[in-house]
Design a protein around this ligand. Structure first.
Ligand SMILES: [Zn+2]
Length: 230
């Protein structure tokens, strides 16, 4: 017993040092994790605030700088546009089942990476919530892109505007390009494809006024937020 005690005594200062190093490394890891939270360029609006560092971490010898709170997305100052009169009278449907106009957030002017502006709104919803045609019209294009993931381009009945639905998990079974859909018809399901965060499935919804040559991929953005308010 005495021999064991002697043998173990040299380990005590070493164990203390190792414990301190582990504690300091944990603090550094937490700072690194929470200090850099801007990876995704189309990340939806954070709903909950960043959680504070765990209280169980022992205080370090040198106080670590507190992690900076995540800043809100920068908004690009722009002159608010008037909703085109004809569009205001359409009674467009919020294109995600179960979501009401008052649940929406206006993220149209939010900055995105590489100097881009959002030019759309993000409608948060659980994975696989049905996506509904906001208005009647023609499905013009199923398209897959790096940013938008699985997307649908749909024209309105007058083919003046294009509705764009992105980050879909899947298309409605049987739906195909060229089909005419009714207002409220299920056209796909909410997902997190493209550059959407897997933790925040949502529908990225945009309205574009088509150019005279009516190409599905070209148009002038109109803010869907006021259009979808009653
Ligand atoms: Zn978006």
């Amino acid at each position: 017993m005495t021999g064991e005690k002697k043998k173990g005594s040299w380990k005590v200062p070493f164990a203390g040092l190792a414990g301190f190093a582990l504690g300091a490394a944990t603090v550094l890891l937490i700072v690194a994790l929470y200090g850099n939270d801007h990876g995704n360029e189309d990340a939806p609006q954070p709903v909950a605030s960043v959680p504070p560092p765990a209280a169980s971490v022992p205080p370090p010898a040198v106080p670590a700088p507190a992690p900076a709170p995540a800043p809100p997305p920068a908004r690009i100052p722009r002159t608010p546009q008037a909703i085109p009169g004809d569009l205001a009278q359409r009674d467009l449907l919020v294109p995600v089942q179960g979501i009401r106009p008052e649940d929406l957030q206006d993220t149209f002017d939010d900055a995105r990476s590489e100097g881009r502006i959002h030019d759309a709104i993000d409608i948060m919803a659980p994975l696989n919530t049905p996506v509904l045609a906001s208005e009647a019209g023609r499905i013009v294009k199923f398209f897959t892109s790096k940013q938008g993931g699985l997307t649908i381009y749909q024209y309105d009945p007058t083919e003046t505007y294009c509705y764009y639905y992105a980050h879909l998990d899947s298309y409605a079974p049987g739906l195909k390009e060229g089909d005419t859909v009714a207002r409220g018809q299920v056209i796909g399901y909410v997902g997190a494809t493209g550059n959407a965060s897997p933790e925040g499935p949502h529908l990225h919804f945009a309205i574009n006024r088509l150019k005279p040559d009516k190409k599905w991929y070209e148009g002038d953005p109109i803010n869907p937020y006021p259009v979808l308010q009653p």
